[in-house]
Design a protein around this ligand. Structure first.
Ligand SMILES: C[S@@+](CC[C@H](N)C(=O)[O-])C[C@H]1O[C@@H](n2cnc3c(N)ncnc32)[C@H](O)[C@@H]1O
Length: 290
């Protein structure tokens, strides 16, 4: 079951920034519940096409049933690292990546993405992705746990957290995300309203889903297939991702293969953050292929 609603982030900035025209072919590499996709479709006219990818099969199935009568849309259960293969002969005019996790996934039961989740500790976008968080937390040695939490969560209490996990699991298997969040909260001081497990959860998600590698491969593939004068827009939500995107775009601009549409990342205004707190860390970068 997928309850709730996901509010698309920087919606008008993305749609305007992609420079869409009637008849454009667009790839939404992270289509999820279709928040951006629905708005993109409004700009494409009857001749346009939208190819939507998501690594989470439940998202693709949900959207397929909602858009069953929409002939302009093709949806694929795929990692965006496979984009070249999925696009086949299509050469898109625009590609969007809206990285990370959606509110729909956070609220969905059995996924283990949320601190409150009592029915699972998966944390992978694709159910078949191995190991999942439960397996990793159960089997990794304490040094590897510490390294993942430090490297991908930039968590200064990584050592303390890894040791707390080791002590706890010697007595009992950590079976849910809620249980893991409780183990962490006992050894990490609370920082304001932010949950003490935030950085650890982020690190596990990035590591288990190979998120940083996927971005590199996804951007490289997107660059190969995008048409000249086509645009790529990427929304990221933390600094490790943003650094990869910034460097990739910078290199393309330096070699005069691409033109940066915005020198500094576009970020949400106060009003958007108030309406949708999840948008607070978003950064949008756009590049045009020359
Ligand atoms: C923030 S949501 C996108 C929300 C969407 N733009 C909207 O407004 O409805 C990110 C989506 O990317 C998907 N995702 C994450 N990594 C992926 C990957 N490597 N390949 C394809 N989809 C991925 C997730 O499953 C999730 O559905």
């Amino acid at each position: 079951m997928i309850p709730g609603k996901h509010i698309p982030v920087l919606l008008s900035e993305v749609v305007d920034g992609l420079n869409l025209k009637s008849g454009s072919v667009v790839i939404d590499a992270t289509v999820d519940g279709g928040g951006h996709a629905m708005e993109i479709l409004k700009k494409l006219g009857q001749e346009g096409k939208l190819i939507g990818l998501d690594w989470d099969l439940s998202m693709i199935e949900k959207l397929r049933s909602e858009l069953s009568g929409e002939g302009r849309v093709k949806l694929f259960h795929s990692n965006f690292s496979e984009m070249e293969k999925v696009a086949g002969p299509f050469r898109p005019d625009a590609i969007l990546f809206d990285l990370g996790l959606s509110s729909l996934q956070l609220l969905a039961s059995g996924r283990g993405f949320s601190f409150k989740s009592e029915d699972g500790l998966g944390m992978t976008f694709d159910f078949n992705q191995k190991p999942n968080a439960e397996e990793f937390i159960r089997t990794a040695n304490v040094k590897d746990l510490e390294e993942v939490i430090r490297k991908y969560g930039e968590e200064r209490f990584a050592g303390r957290i890894a040791r707390a996990i080791e002590r706890y699991r010697a007595k009992k298997r950590i079976a849910s995300a809620k249980e893991l969040a409780e183990v962490i909260s006992r050894v990490v001081p609370r920082r304001g309203r932010i949950n003490p497990a935030t950085r650890t959860f982020q690190s596990l998600r990035i590591y288990l889903n190979h998120e940083l590698e996927n971005i590199e491969i996804g951007l490289t593939g997107a660059w190969k297939i995008i048409k000249p004068e086509g645009r790529i827009a990427v929304i990221s939500y933390h600094s490790l991702e943003d650094r990869i995107i910034k460097n990739f775009f910078k290199e393309k601009a330096k070699s005069e293969e691409g033109k940066l549409i915005n020198k500094k990342p576009i970020i949400p205004g106060r009003e958007e953050i108030l309406k949708n707190p999840r948008s607070r860390s978003a950064k949008l970068r756009i590049i045009e292929k020359i």
